[in-house]
Design a protein around this ligand. Structure first.
Ligand code: FAD
Ligand code: NAI
Length: 476
């Protein structure tokens, strides 16, 4: 008889592994199917996020920022450093060691929570009296498991463009872009989204001449307009060349690298010659090979698994979470959904307020936001007050040598409810957590303004912006 589990999670990225752990905490017998193989061919947990996404990109962002500081920014502190150079091999080895430490950490958590790691590719083969049947094939073996609760957490992969063959050596998606063996003299990037800006920044800091080609006529359209304007000013000053409103034409590999033909914003034909090209034009959900039709489940027209606000599919006992369903493709959004679904399987009433999920772009300065921006509030016809505090007015920021950017707080004009917070500043990724918590608690601008914030700290800019939204800033 097939071995059975109370819950089977397919995929052990941040959505799946968190769901598996929460389900195990709640007393379920849990199996988690995962097929990922690391570069040595060994099975690995953690999905895109740990292996080729959040964790390695942030390691390289940190390393390249240290190099940038040592090369250009220590002088202002009265520290002279000579002969700064990059050993890319060591930088990559550090990144790989962090990835390995994190993925091994999840193996430990699986053992601790008695979660069975079902190694291999999972697919549906049908359903019967004992629930859904899932076949797992890996390492030359195939076995079928049964369960009444399935959490599909199969994530996403890089979207590629027609006629542009990604070999992850010369033309790279995120996987190759995180593993170059030398710093390209000239780097081209298609797509000025999150990956283009983060990884473009990494290689620019390490010495590449970076040109980013973006199809949209506007820059960082998802951000508050004031943040996009500030980001444009800062990133182009740092040396990123960004062409907006382009149409990509023929992309040709040459002996030396790649030639990208495109038309610019004015419709003029242009050509870009680079040593390496990154393609970062979004991601697509992983559903091929799951054989969803075996249980009568269909994806939507974009390939996502349809779910309600609680990540329940139209089929009883089948849930889907993370990048494979609607909503932002963010690790913490998947984690939130993973916990929610495990708790709902246990009969709890957990839910997620999707308006309170923060976004971060790990450039320098970082960009982070939660809730609505001014454009959205205007479109919704909602009356609001805005308060802004530049980091140049913050003593800690001056001491740290990071006076760039601002914190902007938006509150309802009548009730003072916090509607959105938009930050471009050093450590915005950490500063935004306060705003997300405040939004979850339906806090008011006054709540933030009356909360004691440590002095001197960057967080004081949040309080000052909240004070400014009520026209009673102290330090501005
Ligand atoms: P994934 O992490 O994609 O995991 C899915 C897992 O399912 C994979 O391990 C896959 O092998 C497995 N799988 C798929 N199909 C099957 C099958 N049939 N059988 C068995 N296993 C299967 N997000 C952030 O919030 N912050 C960041 O800083 C950030 N940085 C990023 C940087 C880069 C370069 C990239 C590419 C992404 C980044 N993201 C970031 C996005 C983040 O990585 C994803 O949102 C997140 O990984 C999604 O989690 P997931 O669990 O849904 O899917
Ligand atoms: P993205 O959606 O952020 O950006 C893609 C960009 O490519 C867009 O600006 C789009 O207009 C542009 N584009 C699309 N087609 C194009 C074409 N043919 N020619 C030129 N430009 C084109 O996607 P990206 O950067 O690939 O990242 C994928 C996802 O991964 C993100 O949406 C995000 O959810 C996640 N991610 C999150 C990070 C974070 O939270 N810090 C970091 C990196 C990725």
């Amino acid at each position: 008889m097939a071995q059975s589990y109370d819950v089977i999670v397919i995929g052990a990225g941040p959505a799946g592994y968190v769901s598996a752990i929460r389900a195990a905490q709640l007393g379920f017998k849990v199996g988690c199917v995962e097929k990922w193989l690391d570069p040595s061919g060994a099975p690995a947990l953690g999905g895109t996020c740990l292996n080729v996404g959040c964790i390695p990109s942030k390691a390289l962002l940190a390393s390249s920022e240290e190099y940038d500081k040592a090369s250009h920014h220590l002088g202002e502190h009265g520290i002279d450093v000579k002969g700064v150079s990059v050993d890319l091999g060591r930088m990559m080895a550090r990144k790989d060691a962090i990835v390995s430490k994190m993925t091994k950490g999840i193996e430990f958590l699986f053992r601790k929570n008695k979660i069975a790691w079902l190694k291999g590719h999972g697919r549906f083969v049908g359903s019967g009296d004992d629930g859904y049947q899932i076949e797992v094939s890996g390492g030359g073996e195939t076995e079928v498991f049964t369960t009444r609760n399935v959490v599909i957490a199969t994530g996403s992969r890089a979207r590629h463009l027609p006629d542009i063959e990604v070999d992850n050596k010369v033309i790279c998606d995120n996987e190759g872009a995180l593993a170059l063996s030398e710093v390209p003299k000239k780097l081209g990037v298609i797509g000025a989204g999150v990956i283009g800006l983060e990884l473009g920044s990494v290689w620019r800091r390490l010495g590449s001449e970076v040109t980013i080609l973006e199809a949209l006529p506007s820059f960082l359209a998802a951000c508050d307009d004031a943040v996009s304007r500030e980001a444009w000013k800062t990133f182009t000053k740092q040396g990123l060349k960004i062409d907006l409103g382009v149409t990509i034409g023929k992309v040709r590999k040459t002996k030396k690298g790649v030639t990208v033909a495109y038309t610019d914003e004015k419709g003029e034909a242009c050509s870009l010659e680079v040593d390496r090209l990154f393609v970062s034009v979004g991601r697509v959900p992983n559903t091929a090979g799951l054989d969803l039709e075996a249980i009568g489940l269909a994806t939507d027209e974009r390939g996502f698994i349809p779910v309600d606000q609680h990540c329940q599919t139209p089929l009883p006992g089948i849930y889907a979470i993370g990048d494979v369903v609607r909503g932002p493709m963010l690790a913490h959004k998947g984690e939130d959904e993973g916990m929610m679904v495990a708790e709902r399987i246990a009969g709890q009433k957990s839910h997620i307020d999707y308006d309170c999920i923060p976004w971060v772009i790990y450039t320098s300065p970082e960009i982070a936001w939660v809730g609505s921006n001014e454009r959205q509030l205007k479109e919704a016809g909602r009356a609001y007050h805005s308060g802004q505090c530049p980091l140049a007015a913050n003593g800690r920021a001056l001491g740290m040598g990071t006076p760039e950017g601002f914190v902007k707080v938006l509150v309802d004009a009548k009730t003072d409810e916090l509607l959105g917070v938009h930050i471009i500043a050093a450590s915005a990724s950490d500063l935004i957590a306060e705003a997300a918590l405040a939004m979850e608690f339906k806090a008011s601008g006054e709540d933030i303004a009356r909360t004691s914030h440590p002095h001197p700290s960057l967080s004081e800019a949040m309080r000052e912006a909240a004070l400014a939204s009520a026209k009673r800033a102290i330090n501005l």
